[in-house]
Design a protein around this ligand. Structure first.
Ligand SMILES: Cc1cc2nc3c(=O)[nH]c(=O)nc-3n(C[C@H](O)[C@H](O)[C@H](O)COP(=O)(O)OP(=O)(O)OC[C@H]3O[C@@H](n4cnc5c(N)ncnc54)[C@H](O)[C@@H]3O)c2cc1C
Length: 367
């Protein structure tokens, strides 16, 4: 068995495979392109805070060590590093999978360090390597970057900065950049703030309710990929019946009021404008016809699933999606996808939610 990706989804898969009696490095292998553990968390900006407290940001088996308040990205990296050591998951890195092909006896996993023939492949490559930029008419000639390239607020000191997007990434980046720069916040719809005492735990509770509601005797649902993005982990909340609410987690909102965001609210900078209509050489135009000039645009507009390595399997539907039943690819039963978003299991793109998806996945692979 081959698991592609050694972030939280790959580790949670490894945990349950090992618990089923499989030996890491012998019965299954986890291949990870990164030099170091931590998955996407190792590349996120250091002041990023999780949207749930530590005890609600844990993988199966071992709780994340406690942290006062919402843990920063580095705390998650330390946890994931120790997690794979604790369970001796023998993640092989850096090993980049270029292609997965059909072959006699299984799926051939072609990498920059040789090939693996696997009876089953679990793809857990996340979304971080595929930042999504929406397209707008016109061309901006200033600096542009995505959440995936953001490191620190000090890089924008004294600038005029537009921050685009209505999710947690945008709110947290806005909160710190607005302390050193003149910021404008643009969102497609008015931002939806959670009450101060509600956080990502509510998302997990909803996902659990949804999982229970969907647990029919057949035990499977059919869904397809497209909208897996970091910002949708909080915004694509679902009711127990599986329908998306119009106002975020439980109808309450999307944005978790971590300390920095509350502090920005107190400064009066959480003031969003309607989305731009087009870009100009020096900024953008707003729906009311006014032009605004900025030095930098930070696009906090989410991510897409990193699935290029699966292209040889030709599983994408006409609309670009891969159809799945739970985690199993409908048109390639030896392939499973995990961690990309709700289409690969309710809340499977979260630390606490992914275990609920990988437990039945490992059971299916080892029965
Ligand atoms: C800004 C932001 C904030 C978030 N905040 C929270 C939060 O507070 N709480 C929460 O629970 N979730 C949060 N999430 C969501 C989620 O926890 C992360 O997206 C998580 O990193 C997804 O884990 P993963 O294992 O699926 O993917 P990743 O962490 O991206 O791991 C995938 C791994 O696969 C490797 N890989 C990729 N392609 C290949 C290849 N071809 N060959 C070999 N290896 C490959 C990568 O190097 C990487 O190590 C947040 C996400 C973002 C972007």
């Amino acid at each position: 068995m081959a698991v592609i990706g050694g972030g939280q989804a790959g580790l949670a898969t490894g945990f349950y495979l090992r618990r089923a009696g499989l030996v890491p490095g012998v019965d299954f292998v986890i291949l990870d392109a990164a030099e170091q553990p931590g998955g996407a968390w190792a590349r996120m900006w250091p002041t990023l805070r999780t949207f749930s407290p530590a005890q609600y940001s844990s993988l199966p088996g071992w709780m994340m060590p406690s942290y006062a308040g919402y843990p920063p990205a580095g705390h998650v990296v330390d946890y994931l590093t120790r997690y794979e050591e604790r369970y001796d998951l023998s993640v092989q890195r850096p090993v980049r999978v270029h292609r997965v092909e059909r072959a006699d006896g299984g799926l051939l996993v072609r990498t920059d360090k040789g090939d693996w023939l696997a009876e089953h492949v679990v793809s857990a490559t996340g979304t971080w390597s595929r930042p999504f930029f929406p397209t707008y008419p016109g061309r901006f000639r200033g600096q542009q970057l995505h959440t995936a390239q953001y490191h620190r607020a000090a890089d924008f000191a004294g600038q005029r900065v537009a921050i685009i997007g209505g999710g947690n990434s945008a709110a947290q980046i806005l909160a710190e950049v607005s302390a050193v720069a003149d910021t404008t916040w643009l969102t497609q719809r008015p931002p939806r703030f959670l009450p101060d005492d509600v956080d990502g735990r509510a998302l997990f509770n909803l996902a659990t309710a949804r999982r229970q509601a969907l647990a029919t005797p057949a035990g499977s649902t059919t869904s397809t990929s497209t909208t897996a993005s970091a910002s949708t982990t909080a915004s694509a909340s679902t009711t127990a019946a599986g329908s998306t609410t119009a106002a975020g987690v439980g109808g309450l909102g999307d944005i978790v009021m971590v300390e920095a965001v509350r502090e920005a609210r107190a400064r009066g900078v959480l003031d969003a404008h309607p989305m731009l209509t087009h870009l100009t050489d020096t900024g953008f135009s707003l729906p009311d016809g006014t032009d605004q000039q900025v030095d930098t645009i930070i696009w906090c507009t989410g991510f897409r699933p990193a699935l290029a390595h699966l292209a040889p399997l030709a599983l994408r539907e006409r609309d670009g999606r891969i159809a799945t039943a739970e985690t199993q690819a409908l048109r390639e039963s030896r392939l499973h996808l995990v961690g990309y978003g709700d289409w690969t299991g309710p809340a499977s793109a979260t630390l606490i939610g992914v275990g609920q998806t990988t437990r039945p996945l490992a059971a299916a692979l080892t029965n």
